[in-house]
Design a binder for this molecule. Structure first.
Ligand SMILES: C[S@@+](CC[C@H](N)C(=O)[O-])C[C@H]1O[C@@H](n2cnc3c(N)ncnc32)[C@H](O)[C@@H]1O
Length: 416
């Protein structure tokens, strides 16, 4: 990108400010009236600067006598990212960073500094960059993750966050392959190269985008053909589609009308059916069902590879609130089951309080619930995915050699 990419870069700087200062998720940042290609580039640059923020600051630090204001810092971070990772013409990158600095009174006085520092980064930065460890998680995540899995695993998870995430697909029919993808041991398809929109089968609904880890909770229910299944917190519907494709009579419930509109579109595209309920799980009554799947709202810390903005926006306090909600939801979900019915509880979180500990506490509260230990090997997984209480703990550092997976926790419970 040269000077002609200035609009995308300016939008990336605005987005960085919104994430870092206003604590807004990148998915909620409005890139204004930019053409779609520039908007996509702005979001990509923002996400990548956030992914590597600690490393970028480490490269810049030796050239700064004192820390400049956040607006100047972000111009330097963006320029350094483009120099060190995107790697197209250093001259153009430095010139556009200087042009961006001159645009605003808060940064104009630092345009000389931006010029000088980025020229040094272009020369000496690559050697430092290679040696600098991945951006660390914030303390409120490092502590519980390190405590649960150990320091080496924590470092491996941070490395996985740095590496980013491939795109996985779930085929509507088991065993179907799609050119341009490879089949993973669990049956998901992983995009090898190119754009997902260019793959055959999208319009016909032959597959949908879903991380390999996210595709496993629905499979814990086994054969669901003709079973009545309540999918709680269903939108945008990845798990609803899986259950419907396997022949279940699905009732999909979610509180969000907007997200349910996406679930409706997904059902229409794939030619699958589900009964749709827009309601708060805590107020709704219905059933009983043969099975319930609860994909509870959570910190989403298992998806940091895809959403590197999350650690900057979420907080320990927010997770505490979510943990209380998950507990209430689990208690409610159990009441929708027929006697002998099965319940899958899952979250895309790395935190035991949203996974393992939540299930252990539910088993203590309800002596009519028991856990059915999951055998990951039967799902194409590995024995090391088992967690002591009988659930499955998936981590982003698993499958490191072939692109990793999202962090997820899931457990299969049964009402006695
Ligand atoms: C992790 S997402 C679900 C992803 C979905 N299961 C899938 O596979 O595509 C959590 C969902 O919980 C929904 N939710 C949050 N609070 C809720 C509540 N009180 N009642 C029902 N749904 C709720 C959110 O709207 C969000 O769609």
């Amino acid at each position: 990108m040269s000077l002609e990419g200035l609009d995308a870069r300016r939008a990336a700087l605005d987005a960085l400010y919104e994430v870092l200062w206003e604590k807004r998720l990148l998915s909620h940042v409005n890139t204004g009236a930019l053409p779609p290609a520039d908007a996509a580039r702005a979001k990509r640059l923002t996400a990548e600067v956030l992914r590597h923020l600690g490393r970028l600051d480490a490269v810049l630090r030796p050239y700064l006598a004192r820390r400049p204001n956040m607006a100047v810092q972000n111009i330097l971070r963006l320029g350094a990212y483009e120099l060190l990772v995107d790697g197209s013409g250093a001259h153009g990158i430095v010139n556009s960073a200087v042009a961006l600095a001159k645009r605003h009174p808060r940064t104009a006085r630092a345009s000389g500094l931006v010029n000088a520092v980025l020229r040094k980064v272009a020369e000496d930065g690559p050697a430092v960059w290679e040696k600098t460890p991945p951006h660390p998680l914030p303390v409120w995540l490092r502590k519980p993750i390190g405590k649960a899995f150990g320091h080496d695993v924590l470092l491996a998870i941070e490395a996985a966050h740095q590496a980013g995430a491939p795109i996985d697909l779930t085929p509507k029919t088991d065993g179907v392959t799609v050119p341009g993808t490879e089949t993973l041991p669990t049956g998901s398809l992983r995009l090898k190269h190119g754009q997902v929109s260019a793959l055959p089968g999208y319009a016909e609904g032959a597959w949908w985008v879903q991380d390999a880890a996210a595709a496993l909770p629905a499979r814990l229910l086994g054969d669901v053909a003709s079973a009545s299944v309540l999918d709680l917190c269903a939108a945008p519907g990845g798990k609803t589609l899986q259950l419907a494709a396997r022949g279940a009579a699905v009732t999909a419930l979610d509180i969000s009308e907007d997200r349910m509109a996406r679930l409706r579109e997904n059902l229409a595209r794939t030619g699958l059916n589900a009964q749709i309920v827009i309601a708060d799980i805590l107020d709704w009554s219905g059933g009983p069902f043969d099975a319930v799947l609860l994909d509870a709202p959570c910190s989403a810390t298992g998806t940091i590879r895809r959403h590197p903005d999350l650690p900057f926006v979420k907080s320990a306090e927010e997770v505490e609130t979510l943990t209380r909600l998950q507990m209430q939801m689990l208690d409610r979900a159990k009441d929708f089951l027929k006697p002998g019915g099965r319940l899958v509880y899952c979250t895309c979180s790395l935190l035991p309080n949203e996974g393992e500990n939540q299930v252990k506490a539910a088993l203590k509260r309800h002596n009519d619930l028991e856990i059915i230990p999951v055998d990951p090997v039967s799902l194409g997984g590995e024995p090391g995915w088992c967690s002591p209480e009988g659930g499955l703990r998936l981590r982003p550092d698993f499958w490191a050699g072939c692109g990793g997976m999202d962090g997820f926790y899931m457990a299969l419970l049964q009402r006695r």
